[in-house]
Design a protein around this ligand. Structure first.
Ligand code: PMP
Length: 313
């Protein structure tokens, strides 16, 4: 991960090293933050940000769940994200919008506290390691469960909730796996620690529904749309753990992980233990879209201007 020169904090351009917060900030104590992860890709038209508005809308949705009002609307944040990528001279990058309750009191109820908003960017390659996109990763079903909507708010990308994801991913890595997969409170398949999950079985693609306590992933939505474009049948379906081991193909989707095949689960090979043909087809379509090699038929890319692939200064 290579960090950038500039960050955006509360409407100002601030150098990376100066983008600091006070230790009494409510979010540091109680996890009252909301965030996003977004990628910008290098294209022939310079860097373009993938599904920027949808991510910023989800940031606002996550804030709503916390009864937090963001002082900047989607339009303002869209402009600031574009400018951030341009200013930092990225060809491709990962963007991290973050909003959190700041200092002013340590009571658990932080509704009266100031809301701070920051935008960070960094250069970040394949999330699950070199070769993961081609060869797939080894995953394990976690001993931890994903929290349900009676406990927390799975549809929100809320900082404090990610303690659950940290438990899952740390356990998986300690045990020698690249990623952990969680079951929901009922024991049905939910998702990966930072990814949504897809099964391919008998030519159909299956993915758990929102009622399985998943995050409503934007890459998940992208892959569902691309499957429909390609005429690949897809079903949102509650699924049991054993169904995963019997999959022909298994893959995970997320902004960081993109479309990553899973080659084994709990050391049981999935299919023949390599990236499968439908995964590869969806993956190729995904990268053709995000890297601007096919027509942006769904209006998913936001041009930045600048970068070495463009004539703009
Ligand atoms: N589930 C969880 C728990 C995540 O953290 C992420 C990453 N944001 C995803 C799914 C995938 O979501 P998206 O495709 O919007 O990045």
């Amino acid at each position: 991960m290579t960090t950038a020169t500039w960050t955006w904090m509360n409407g100002e351009w601030v150098r990376w090293d100066d983008a600091t917060v006070h230790v009494s900030s409510h979010a540091l104590h109680y996890g009252s933050s909301v965030f996003e992860g977004i990628r910008a890709y290098a294209t022939a038209d310079g860097p373009q940000i993938f599904r920027l508005r949808e991510h910023l809308q989800r940031l606002h949705d996550s804030a709503r769940l916390l009864r937090m009002t963001l002082p900047y609307g989607v339009d303002e944040l869209t402009e600031a994200c574009v400018e951030l990528v341009r200013r930092n001279g990225h060809d491709a990058c990962y963007l991290r919008p973050l909003a959190f309750r700041g200092p002013g009191g340590l009571g658990v109820d932080g509704r009266h506290l100031p809301v701070e908003v920051a935008l960070l960017s960094m250069e970040w390659g394949a999330y699950l390691g070199d070769g993961a996109l081609e060869n797939g990763v080894d995953a394990a079903v976690s001993s931890w469960r994903r929290f349900g909507s009676g406990t927390l708010a799975p549809l929100g990308k809320i900082g404090g909730q990610y303690v659950n994801n940290q438990l899952v991913t740390a356990e998986a890595r300690e045990n020698g796996y690249e990623e952990g997969i969680v079951l929901d409170a009922q024991g049905m398949v939910s998702e990966g620690a930072g990814e949504n999950l897809f099964v391919v079985k008998d030519g159909t693609v299956w993915t758990p529904p929102l009622s399985a306590s998943i995050l409503s992933g934007i890459t998940r939505h992208t892959v569902m749309t691309l499957a429909a474009d390609l005429g690949i049948p897809l079903r949102e379906q509650t699924m049991t753990r054993d169904f995963l081991y019997l999959a022909d193909e298994l893959f995970m989707t997320g902004t960081a992980a993109e479309v990553t095949p899973v080659r084994s689960l709990d050391r049981i090979p999935i299919g023949d233990g390599r990236r499968g043909p439908i995964t590869e087809r969806l993956q190729r379509e995904f990268f053709d879209v995000v890297e601007g090699r096919t027509d942006d038929r769904h209006g998913w890319l936001t041009r930045v201007g600048g970068g070495s692939g463009s004539d703009d200064a």
